[in-house]
Design a protein around this ligand. Structure first.
Ligand code: CAA
Length: 466
């Protein structure tokens, strides 16, 4: 089967942001908690004239212009989001509408695509489906574009408020990609009905069970990883020697990042799970200086584990100590740290957060001088509600052509720091599209929502600002 994967990716991040120190002062929180406990310094915010569709279109336009793509080169465009704008009209139709302003009316008529939803994991399903569309040669030689775009917005004063963010990533999916080819027949999923984080119809901010969602994320990704491991060994993709863990065969990790620290916790959880039966665990325990605790009811539910306060306390202590060990730190620094840089200065991007993490990994490893050719990236994608997908890909020989021009600061552009009172007005939707705070430049913006007449209700009008 031909190699299929990500040929290139482009990002769009809105210019407005709030600084963690201002935020901490306004909410009476220790700034150290935000910087180290959560891992956030700047949270990107959508302006009054921006929504998830125009961010998606902006990322897509960058991708197309940079690669000199014409709409005729594209056979499918999928948008994965949990910031939908309409219960029926898909976000990619809005995106196509915007792109037609550049490429001409009807320029995408030959193509297809849908909007995908499953909290933060849907972009991974969209990549998988489109990669298979190309592998099956249903694509008539055309490429697919998968865009992940979201605005993470939580209630003012809630513990989710410091995990907000906004942005989009557009990915070009092709045969023989320059950047990364997906490993085949190993992508593994898990799905279960859960209420860890959800947003009922008409509600702008989610209902969240924070502690439960954290643990569920860890467990679901770990279960999907178990299934990935089984498939990778069975298919011969990875051959384990005695005393080895499958994590030894993954050169980099990119996981869903609701906030930076969650990436570190996910790696710690995975390594504990993978290492505890290996000879190296004895040395880890020696360095930690305490035995790994176990819940009273080992086969219990997440609720019963969370209710076991004695275990939870001991496990937190053990987890923190494990994350201080030289064993954990070596893997973390080498295989994950670079993927977390962008999260700390942008915030949660829901569907886009893991792919912004991939972009961050590539840029900062390249800047460190790491040779990335042939390296395997393992992905841990999680969507509340809930589903996880674990898959992997190999960085291709031509990756430098793409990665050398990556520059996060330049890509975001000059940022505008908002005073907290202005952020709060924006959060309460008190500003109209014309009261934007950052001057748009070479991008699509929202100029009108709804019409003066009933037949125009729900219409969203966008323009390209030169
Ligand atoms: N200095 C340094 N660190 C400090 C500190 C201080 N003064 N005070 C507290 N901290 C640390 C805590 O020790 C803790 O660290 P550890 O995790 O290492 O123990 C960390 O700061 C967080 O503090 P809390 O445990 O008190 O947690 P919180 O009340 O701030 O809530 C949260 C954190 C649950 C993630 C909350 O922000 C939330 O509900 N977020 C939204 C839901 C979410 O993101 N869930 C993640 C999984 S679900 C998912 O991934 C889907 C999605 O995108 C939403």
């Amino acid at each position: 089967m031909p190699a299929v994967g990500i040929d290139d990716l482009a990002i769009y991040v809105p210019k407005l942001y709030i600084d963690y120190k201002d935020f901490a002062e306004a909410r009476g929180i220790d700034p150290q908690k935000l910087e180290y406990g959560i891992g956030i310094k700047k949270m990107a915010l959508a302006d009054a004239n921006q929504d998830s569709a125009c961010m998606a279109a902006n990322a897509c336009l960058k991708l197309m212009q940079r690669n000199r793509l014409h709409p005729q080169d594209i056979g499918r465009m999928y948008v994965a989001t949990e910031s939908a704008l309409d219960e029926s009209k898909a976000m990619n139709s809005f995106v196509v509408g915007m792109l037609e302003q550049i490429y001409g009316e009807g320029s995408f008529e030959h193509a297809g695509g849908i909007e995908c939803k499953f909290a933060c994991v849907s972009g991974s399903y969209a990549l998988y489906d489109n990669a298979n569309w190309i592998r099956a040669e249903e694509n008539s030689g055309k490429a697919a574009i998968v865009i992940v775009s979201d605005i993470a917005k939580y209630d003012i004063g809630s513990s989710g408020e410091y995990t907000q963010g906004a942005g989009a990533v557009a990915m070009l999916i092709t045969k023989n990609p320059r950047l990364m080819a997906f490993d085949q027949k190993v992508a593994s999923t898990i799905i279960k009905n859960e209420y860890d984080f959800y947003r009922p119809f008409g509600k702008e901010t989610p209902l969240v069970n924070g502690t439960y969602s954290n643990l569920l994320y860890l467990i679901q990704v770990r279960k999907a990883f178990d299934s990935y491991k089984e498939r990778a060994i069975k298919s011969g993709l990875i051959k384990l020697q005695d005393g080895e863990s499958i994590t030894d065969h993954i050169d980099f990790f990119s996981v869903h990042l609701p906030y930076r620290k969650m990436g570190e916790k996910a790696l710690a959880y995975l390594l504990r799970h993978e290492w505890r039966h290996l000879p190296r665990w004895k040395n880890v325990i020696k360095e930690i200086g305490m035995a790994e605790p176990h819940p009273k009811d080992q086969r219990g539910t997440i609720e019963s584990i969370l209710a076991d306060t004695e275990f939870m306390k001991a496990d937190e202590k053990f987890r923190r100590a494990f994350m201080q060990t030289s064993y954990f730190n070596e893997v973390f620094e080498k295989k994950m740290a670079s993927s977390l840089e962008a999260s700390a200065i942008i915030g949660n991007l829901y569907t886009a957060s893991m792919y912004m993490g991939l972009r961050s990994l590539l840029e900062f490893e390249y800047k460190k001088g790491t040779d990335l050719e042939d390296k395997r990236v393992g992905f841990g994608s999680y969507g509340s509600g809930s589903s996880a997908m674990v898959f992997s890909g190999i960085i291709q020989p031509d990756y430098k052509e793409i990665v050398k021009r990556m520059d996060l600061e330049q890509d975001i552009g000059e940022r505008v720091k908002l005073p907290i009172e202005v952020y709060e007005r924006l959060h309460r939707n008190e500003k109209t599209c014309s009261e934007f705070l950052a001057r748009p430049h070479k991008e699509f913006v929202l100029v009108k929502v709804g019409g003066l007449t009933a037949d125009k209700a729900g219409f969203r009008e966008y323009v390209y600002v030169k």
